[in-house]
Design a binder for this molecule. Structure first.
Ligand SMILES: Nc1ncnc2c1ncn2[C@@H]1O[C@H](COP(=O)(O)OP(=O)(O)O)[C@@H](O)[C@H]1O
Ligand SMILES: [Mg+2]
Length: 236
């Protein structure tokens, strides 16, 4: 078995209002996998992603990324290894040009501008937005915005990407393009999605969450062909 990139053990989390969102999540993602994380609304998927980059702090359990345990001290180091693509592109794109948006992360780490430039160009090329440096996210189509937000994490040279519903709000063609893009990237990926076509086409493995727990984990096609399983967990 390949090395573990993400290792989550016994993760529990309750929001300040007392709502328990995670009730003991165990999940390991290995190098090169593209894992679809499925689950009905409220299952705890977004909460889990926010824990992965230390925006929310769990009350119990542990998270390791590339062997590095998430602690208050090494949150910044961990964010270099794992890039989170938010569901809403406007949370990720807030500068007056795509160049600045994609340069934001590396500049923040003190990367010299010359290297920033080459990273921005490569990231935009990788997502099919070469030549868009001077464009402003505000004027892009939803599909282009999504690809631009993926570029903002690629420029960080992260080894692992976590994406929160990357095809929500996109039309069928843009959804397919995102699927193709994700397949073309070499990074390990954890993809939260309600888009079962995306899961089937772009992922090698699927994990289903329900009410704060992982309830199924296996080969994508096997899980998606199990109608009773999908119905039981609000996915069909
Ligand atoms: N900021 C918050 N405060 C309180 N409860 C929240 C907050 N965000 C999410 N929740 C609750 O936590 C649970 C998991 O939510 P979430 O992680 O957003 O689920 P998903 O992404 O799978 O739809 C839900 O019951 C939701 O209502
Ligand atoms: Mg969510």
């Amino acid at each position: 078995m390949a090395d573990a990139v993400i290792e989550i053990q016994g993760l529990e989390f309750a929001y300040p209002d007392g709502r328990k969102a995670l009730l003991g999540v165990d999940l390991t993602v290995h190098t090169g996998e593209r894992v679809a994380l499925l689950g009905a609304n409220g299952a705890g998927k977004s909460t889990l992603l926010l824990q992965l980059i230390g925006i929310l702090k769990s009350q119990k359990g542990s998270i390791r990324v590339c062997g590095l345990e998430l602690t208050r001290k090494n949150v910044r180091d961990l964010r270099r290894k794992l890039g989170l693509v938010f569901q809403i592109p406007d949370d990720q794109l807030f500068c007056t040009s795509l160049y600045d948006d994609v340069a934001f992360g590396p500049r923040n780490l003190g990367v010299p501008e010359k290297e920033v430039t080459s990273r921005v160009q490569k990231a935009l090329r990788d997502v099919g937005l070469a030549g868009f440096e001077d464009r402003m996210a505000f004027h892009l189509s939803p599909g282009e915005k999504k690809r631009a937000s993926i570029a903002t994490v690629l420029s960080m040279n992260a080894e692992c990407l976590a994406l929160d519903e990357p095809t929500s709000m996109l039309d069928p063609r843009a959804r397919r393009e995102i699927g193709e893009l994700l397949k073309s990237l070499s990074q390990t990926q954890l993809i939260v999605t309600h888009d079962l076509d995306l899961a089937r086409n772009a992922c090698t493995r699927a994990v289903i969450m329900d009410a704060g727990r992982v309830v199924a984990d296996g080969v994508v096609a096997e899980l998606l062909d199990d109608k009773a399983l999908l119905e039981r967990h609000g996915l069909a």
